[in-house]
Design a protein around this ligand. Structure first.
Ligand code: JHZ
Ligand code: ZN
Length: 411
């Protein structure tokens, strides 16, 4: 496979009736943070645009960047945000209500630094992480979370069953959107999960993404943007049903789904309710998506004009958080070091690096208080409450926050 491949048919239903609705241009990979010595090198850029499948309604990217380019050495860890850890603890609490965790076997797909599995382990479950990023697996293993460095699919599922046996619980948080072959994923889950087992997943929910202008969640890593309608079609093909669906706050609005082997004749009331809501919001049609696209261009003009006004008045602005989504926003809105002096972020891995595309330097969060800029543009807007709380001394000393999404707000 060359470094990027064009999508010609839908990932779930194989239909070729694909409608393009938002074009974010050519962008570098979203977690492609750069070392200083590499800044002069040419960065690869890949088209970033979205398609809507008129048959099953799955929203998906027009191009797939080769996964090893994006995931072998990964800069993102969830454990830098308290909100993430609370969410994981909550997931494990809910799982424990369904399956007695003590002595059960839990496999986490996309296990990152082992943050989620630590909560399962604390309840005496046997755990195994699966992740293609060697740098993060090393961190997890050091922390006592056994981890296999691999991508999960039908073939690797066989290997895991052979060496570890079948699982009582499989989790996959913020990772199914990253997987191209969803059919191989589900074939793998069928092999690995016991008949009595449950599969829990979380992903950003398309309903929130569209309603709250979260265009910067759209990046090369996220190949699919799910609503329940296409998701249900996918899981029913593998004999699963949704035993529980819960909208959660994480990442600006996600959905947590608990699956089990199909028992009921009909879909549950909550799933039906959510699918009706999706239809009402126009997600099963193209109009709402086209309107969303237009709103993003208005948002771009608004944010650029607020920032220009501040710069004209001699104010100093920095970025708060260097998430992948921040790189989409700064690249698409064309906001670089002429506007943001630097970005502060809690992730040690990102310190001393520069953002892809705009080359904005990243520093530890302590710099904010030492340097006292006038404004902080909250690029990790999904954690804005936590970030504002953390930087209350900056605020007390006159610092202000700019929240760019869903619309520009100054606090
Ligand atoms: P955050 C993540 O994307 C990861 P990203 C992943 N790509 C995914 O699928 C989506 O979510 C849904 C920093 N921070 O989570 C830490 C502070 O500096 O929004 C992170 O670098 N101070 C798998 O990369 C960034 O912000 C703080 O107080 O778009 C947040 O990244 C807090 C709370 C965070 O992710
Ligand atoms: Zn489709």
């Amino acid at each position: 496979m060359s470094s990027a491949k064009k999508v010609n048919s839908c990932r779930i239903c194989r239909s070729k009736k694909l409608f393009q609705f938002l074009d974010l241009g050519r962008q570098p990979i979203p977690n492609g943070f750069l070392r200083k010595e590499n800044l002069y090198k040419k960065e690869f850029r890949y088209k970033l645009a979205t398609l809507f499948c008129k048959n099953c309604r799955l929203v998906q990217l027009t191009h797939i960047v080769r996964p090893d380019i994006m995931f072998k050495n990964y800069a993102y860890i969830p454990s830098g945000a308290k909100m993430m850890m609370n969410n994981f603890s909550n997931l494990v609490y809910a799982a424990n209500q369904r399956v007695k965790l003590s002595k059960s076997f839990c496999v986490d797909i996309g296990s990152n630094d082992g943050s989620l599995l630590k909560f399962f382990k604390a309840l005496d479950a046997k755990v195994l992480g699966i992740d293609p990023a060697q740098n993060l697996a090393d961190v997890a293993i050091k922390a006592g979370i056994p981890t296999e460095v691999m991508m999960f699919d039908e073939k690797t599922a066989d290997k895991i069953v052979k060496s570890h046996g079948r699982a009582d619980i499989i989790t996959a948080t913020n990772v199914v959107a990253h997987i191209n072959n969803l059919h191989s994923l589900f074939k793998g889950i069928l092999k690995l999960l016991k008949d009595t087992g449950i599969f829990i997943t979380e992903f950003p929910y398309l309903l929130d993404l569209i309603a709250k202008n979260q265009f910067d969640t759209i990046y090369h890593e996220h190949l699919s943007y799910f609503s329940l309608k296409p998701w249900l079609k996918l899981i029913e093909g593998y004999g699963f049903e949704i035993a529980e669906a819960q909208r959660i706050q994480i990442h600006g609005g996600s959905i947590r789904l608990t699956h089990r082997k199909k028992r009921l004749k009909r879909i549950s009331r909550v799933v039906k309710y959510l699918m009706d809501l999706e239809a009402k919001q126009g997600l099963h049609d193209t109009q709402a998506l086209e309107d969303f696209s237009k709103r993003i261009f208005t948002l771009r003009d608004e944010l650029r004009s607020v920032l220009k006004n501040l710069k004209d008045r001699g104010k100093r602005v920095v970025g708060l958080g260097a998430p992948a989504k921040g790189n989409v926003l700064t690249n698409f809105f064309n906001i670089g070091t002429e506007t943001l002096d630097y970005i502060v972020d809690s992730t040690v891995f990102k310190h001393g690096l520069f953002t892809p595309g705009k080359h904005i330097p990243i520093f530890p969060e302590e710099k904010l208080l030492e340097d006292k800029p006038d404004y902080g543009l909250c690029l990790a807007w999904n954690f804005s409450d936590e970030i504002i709380r953390k930087h209350r001394v900056f605020q007390k000393k006159g610092g202000k926050f700019i929240i760019p999404i869903p619309e520009v707000r100054i606090i």
